[in-house]
Write a protein that binds this ligand. Sequence first.
Ligand code: ADP
Ligand code: MG
Length: 215
Amino acid sequence: MIVLVGSEKGGTGKTTIATNLAAMRAQEGFDVLLLDTDLQGSATYWCRTRDDAKVAPAVFCAQKFGRIDDEAAKLTRKFDDIIIDSGGRDSEEIRSSMLVADRVYIPISPSQFDLWSLTPMAAMVKKAAVLNPKMRACILLNRASTNPSVTEAEEAREVIGQLNGLEMSSAMLRDRIAFRRAVRDGLSVVEMKQKDAKAVDEIQTLYQEIYHGQK
Ligand SMILES: Nc1ncnc2c1ncn2[C@@H]1O[C@H](COP(=O)(O)OP(=O)(O)O)[C@@H](O)[C@H]1O
Ligand SMILES: [Mg+2]
């Protein structure tokens, strides 16, 4: 399966989500390729850190820029799973990845500015869906407040419910230090020595939704 983690906005959690999913997929015994299509190369740094720390299982990582579709389609013969991490802008990388992706996850924070950024993303998905009708595109709320009195996430769900062509993931990640620490150390939150049970639970809900079709 090809999963694209993409959005037109930087800093929404694409690399955090892509790296966590890649490590979890590898842990389940699948040959997974993390395809880094962002010039900033954060996913590549994560892989290097993981290799240097000799974390098992290893996660293969490759960088690819420009058109992604042909190469990604070829790579599905070699790998069980491909997870594409994109840069935070409208790019050839995102648009071409959408031509071959089975799933697109669009992480956003539940703030109004991020919600506005969804309109061009929805248009991009709609265009790609003509050529790739099997693709399912989901919005994923990330960095939601852990403060129960902040209702932004619930409000965001209501606004997003009205957007055309985009589904809403039943998973939601909250703003947790564990997500920052795991990425720094080349890990997923499920591999940390001192685990944050809530972070683990949140990412597992997402993982199950993608790979085991659980809602
Ligand atoms: N759920 C989260 N909780 C805490 N920090 C997060 C979370 N998601 C992302 N971050 C942090 O936010 C920053 C941007 O995330 P990143 O994954 O690099 O975004 P992107 O790849 O979209 O630019 C990083 O410092 C990352 O550690
Ligand atoms: Mg990134």
